[in-house]
Design a protein. Structure first.
Ligand code: G1P
Ligand code: ZN
Length: 547
């Protein structure tokens, strides 16, 4: 095998964010840009030497523009770095949760996942790359920091001179001294789902006329949902819409929320709406759940799955605990309390759940940002959440809305909303956060109408397993009655800064629970504006996205 050592210079901006390295496609196409990052990953995990004998890497992506080209480059670099074998999804496809499942099943040392999640794709869109470790989860900060440090010191990378691998042909191929095995991207994942959920019960539900609509948003879950929902569970053809993955996601924004999944929303709020609707994002790890004319808030979805977990065979023995990200509502905490299991509050980003799951402390995890999952893999998992809901519906046989209302009546409702202000000038966003933080000394005890500030802080987290400390994870303002407002800057946006404001109030009285969240939170929304000088500093009159 001919290996070239190519001289290179470090890039200043290769620091992985909340979910790996995400940049515009044009940046990734800059000479040596992708190569530098990949070499930095290999150097970090192989300690600046060749890969240990017999190492297997998992490789795949969400099929977005530049996916195939990037895979060919990474394959040649993997061979040059001494990796023995690469498992790559056919067509270069692996959803994020499927990649996690494959890493675990085949005991690979880790994987490279090519995705910018829900960010738009295409030549003008975004691309991304993320390294996952042997447990199938995103590399912890310790490793991503080391990768970044290594990328800053890099002077060369190694790449084999070889022809392209045929990504569409399943089976073994040889690249230099390395084996490339092109695998069915769906089979292992579908088998795992069958082991967790009562497929017979769901098949019966669907066979009885229960109607489902799943929007794959022209992203990676198309083939997964078609195989599982239509082939294995017997849903009629057409149940999966936008099921063909496209490099630019059909020009859409593959983020399953009320704004971007507008086609599904129109169907689920239309006349003759199906019984159940769901969507997933670019790389298949997010989920949105809808009933007929009804939206399930992701924080509620986590709580509800926890409360009903034993209805699914994979969770029949009960759950060990729950973890939720700090800005996620405390609805899950109430379920955990009732079940007598612990509930952990972690910073935003799935990587913080990995240690807790590896240590067996939690079974279910969730984020308000349409992320739900469990210890079956180490990523959030969109289709898993959809199947969990279908399993619950198959057992309880009442509409989605009714399930949620009964849950609120039993546990109380954490009324919740997130307001996003996208593409703000970075200095404006930083100034707003600094201003708010500057007020923290005086805020406790201050009254805003009926709300009295109880505490405010900048959230930090000490990992209970490895003791690592993460600071600066979001500004929290808590009120005496348990309501709270959280301000946080996004770590995944690629244009300016995105400010997220998370609003939460608690309603115990069932007679007052069925209200519109924006109305119920109106006073808190006004307080958020006053506390942060939001309108004045940003000039924005309303959020870009409301969830
Ligand atoms: C966002 C979500 C966060 C999620 C991440 C990756 O990150 O808010 O919960 O883990 O995407 O899907 P953010 O842009 O807020 O940093
Ligand atoms: Zn995603």
């Amino acid at each position: 095998m001919n290996i070239r050592t190519v001289a290179t210079k470090p890039f200043q901006d290769q620091k992985p964010g909340t979910s790996g390295l995400r940049k515009k496609v044009a940046v990734f196409k800059t000479a040596n840009y992708l190569e530098n990052f990949v070499q930095a990953v290999f150097d970090t995990i192989f300690d600046n030497a060749a890969a240990p004998a017999g190492s297997t890497l998992v490789l795949g992506g969400d099929g977005r523009y530049y996916n195939r080209e990037a895979i060919q480059i990474i394959l040649r670099m993997a061979a040059a770095n001494g990796i023995a074998k690469v498992l790559v999804g056919q067509g270069g496809i692996l959803s994020t949760p499927a990649a996690s499942a494959v890493i675990r099943k085949y005991r690979s040392f880790g994987g490279l996942i090519l995705s910018a999640s829900h960010n738009p794709g295409g030549p003008e869109g975004d691309f991304g790359i993320k390294y996952n470790t042997a447990n199938g989860g995103p590399a912890p900060e310790k490793i991503t920091d080391a990768i970044y440090a290594r990328s800053r010191a890099l002077t060369s990378y190694r790449i084999a001179e070889a022809a392209d691998v045929d990504l569409d042909r399943r089976g073994r191929q040889i690249l230099g001294d390395m084996v490339v095995e092109v695998i069915d991207p769906v089979a292992d994942y579908a088998e795992l789902m069958e082991s967790l959920f009562d497929f017979a019960a769901i098949r019966e539900l669907i066979g009885g006329g229960f109607r489902v609509c799943f929007d794959a948003m022209h992203a990676v879950t198309g083939p997964y949902a078609t195989e599982i929902l239509e082939r294995r569970l017997g849903a009629p053809a057409g149940t999966v819409i936008n099921g063909v993955p496209l490099p630019d996601f059909g020009g859409g924004h593959p983020d399953p929320n009320l704004t971007y999944a507008d086609q599904l929303v129109a169907i689920m709020y239309g006349e003759d709406a199906p019984d159940f609707g769901a969507a997933s994002d670019g790389d298949g790890d997010r989920n949105m759940i809808l009933g007929r004319h009804f939206f399930v808030n992701p924080s509620d979805s986590l709580a509800l799955i926890a409360a009903n977990a034993t209805l699914a065979p994979g969770y029949a023995a009960g759950i060990a605990g729950i973890a939720r990200s700090m800005p996620t509502s405390a609805a899950a905490d109430r379920v955990a309390e009732k079940l007598g299991v612990p509930c952990y509050e972690t910073p935003t980003g799935w990587k913080f759940f990995g240690n807790l799951m590896d240590a067996g402390k939690v079974t279910l995890c969730g984020e308000e940002s349409f992320g739900t999952g469990s210890s079956h893999v180490r990523e959030k998992d969109g289709l898993w959440a959809v199947l969990f809901w279908l399993n619950i519906l198959a057992k309880r046989r009442i509409p989605v809305e009714e399930i949620v209302h009964r849950h609120w009546a039993e546990y109380g409702r954490n009324v919740y909303s997130r307001h996003d202000y996208e593409a703000l000038p970075s200095d404006v966003a930083a100034g707003l956060m600094a201003h708010l933080k500057g007020r923290f000394g005086d805020l406790p005890g201050q009254r805003f109408g009926d709300y009295t500030v109880k505490f405010c802080d900048d959230f930090s987290y000490t990992d209970p397993i490895d003791g690592s400390l993460s600071t600066g994870q979001g500004l929290r303002v808590g009120f005496e009655d348990g309501s709270r407002i959280v301000f946080r800057l996004s770590g995944t946006g690629t244009e300016g800064a995105t400010l997220r404001i998370y609003l939460e109030a608690f309603e115990a009285d069932p007679a007052r629970q069925k209200v519109d969240a924006q109305e119920a939170l109106a006073v808190l929304i006004a307080i958020a504006d006053e506390l942060s000088q939001l309108g004045q500093r940003t000039g924005r009159e309303r959020p870009t996205v409301i969830t």
